[in-house]
Design a binder for this molecule. Structure first.
Ligand code: ASP
Length: 420
């Protein structure tokens, strides 16, 4: 019975997104060469410039969805995550994410992928704002409750989301203790809105192959292949940084828990593959949870804290990627981010990764907010879309490995009796 329904879906819906993007890339290379490969004929320039329209539309939609997505993801997690996460969990999550970002920033500063080939701007850049840490501190509190939503201000938004999340969680606990159920209406409302935003995000993602085609064809037509040297260098640099993060996890697990690195790697292979193939740590969560309990042999409480809470809040791979993207774009446009600006990148990347939902492309959505915080031109994000389909898979696998590492560390150095 299911077969005819699948058959009835239009052809493009049956082709996985990553294949659509690869096809769009191949077509774009051909079209870009046809249109001049760096030496366009003047009569074609108007047409070439219009090729950027789909990617601009996609970018605007992603920016518009970023704030509701973060707000609802945080509220949803606070209302539905099990038990009290505890300060130890919070400490572990924060340390791992900070290490991830520092690795990302170090590797990006050493390799400097943005200087490997010039990329000229898809459209006029916004001004790079000078950074004043005291102003940043004062600006933590929004002037009005809805202002962070309108201004796309990630720091204020997360603060707002955390405040409401903590308040709602407290109210829910009180009501449960009193046998009341009023909280259910708001919990269901938030779940429903969260799903609605994710559904709209999927509609936007359907347009991504078209956006990739347009922006890549335009770039090749106007600038030839030079910009792609930088992008290829960027992809490799991110992979190196993610690999270093894996080494960090394995060392942490070796010295901080009873689990051996080999046991973790064998135990997590299914979850990592699931994360890589779905680009979603939430989709991989049931497999992660089961692998932690059944294959690695952790206690139920450690497995559920790491996998369930982690997949909602802990996105080390995303944090590393957002910070590296900001540095990459700064290098591309020849701007040296000062130390306080790099610190802002660290802070906003932590917040943006906490706010990123564990779904495909969420990191790309929240990245617009990191860029805005340090005044980098968000227009460059459209170029990253061309490689994001692949990097999303890699960072999702790291997100899941981060959750598993936290679970092992929570389980401690004493092996559970039944595993011995
Ligand atoms: N896709 C990632 C995840 O599900 C989030 C991201 O886009 O970085 O964990």
């Amino acid at each position: 019975m299911i077969q005819p329904a699948i058959q009835a879906r239009p052809l493009w819906e049956r082709i996985p997104l990553y294949l659509q993007i690869v096809m769009a890339l191949i077509l774009a290379v051909g079209f870009g060469i046809l249109l001049g490969a760096g030496q366009p004929r003047p009569e074609n320039v108007a047409l070439i410039n219009n090729l950027a329209i789909p990617s601009n539309v996609v970018l605007k939609a992603l920016r518009a969805l970023a704030t509701p997505l973060i707000l609802l993801a945080v509220l949803h997690s606070f209302l539905t995550a099990p038990g009290t996460a505890g300060s130890r969990l919070a400490g572990l999550l924060l340390t791992n994410t900070t290490v991830a970002i520092i690795i990302g920033i170090l590797v990006a500063n050493v390799v400097q992928p943005g200087r490997w080939g010039a990329i000229s701007l898809p459209s006029a850049p916004s001004e790079i704002s000078p950074l004043d840490p005291w102003k940043l501190f004062q600006d933590l509190v929004p002037d009005a409750v809805l202002k962070p939503l309108v201004d796309n201000n990630v720091i204020q938004l997360i603060l707002l989301a955390l405040a409401f999340g903590i308040a709602l969680r407290g109210l829910k606990a009180e009501q449960i203790a009193q046998g009341k159920t009023d909280y259910r209406a708001i919990e269901q409302g938030i779940s429903m809105l969260f799903e609605a935003v994710i559904r709209i995000l999927h509609w936007v993602i359907v347009l991504v192959p078209l956006a990739v085609f347009g922006i890549v064809a335009k770039t090749i037509a106007l600038q030839g292949f030079t910009p792609f040297k930088s992008l290829a260098a960027f992809v490799l640099t991110v992979l190196v940084a993610l690999f270093l993060q894996v080494c960090y996890y394995l060392l942490r697990v070796k010295f901080g828990s009873w689990v051996s690195p080999q046991r973790l790697l064998t135990g997590c292979s299914d979850a990592l593959l699931m994360a890589f193939s779905t680009s979603s740590s939430i989709a991989a969560m049931p497999v992660t949870y089961e692998a932690l309990q059944e294959k690695v042999g952790l206690r139920e409480s450690s497995a559920s804290l790491g996998a369930l809470v982690g997949s909602n809040f802990n996105h080390d791979g995303t944090a590393l990627y957002e910070a590296m993207s900001a540095l990459f774009v700064a290098q591309v446009i020849g701007v040296n981010l000062s130390l306080p600006q790099q610190v802002t990148v660290v802070l906003t990347s932590i917040l943006a990764s906490v706010g990123a939902a564990g779904i495909p492309e969420a990191g790309l959505v929240t990245m617009t907010l990191v860029f805005s915080a340090v005044g980098l031109p968000v227009e460059y994000i459209v170029l990253l879309i061309a490689v994001d389909w692949f990097l999303d898979r890699c960072r999702t696998a790291i997100n899941v490995m981060g959750d598993m590492t936290v679970s092992c560390l929570l389980d401690g150095k004493d092996r559970p009796k039944e595993v011995e």
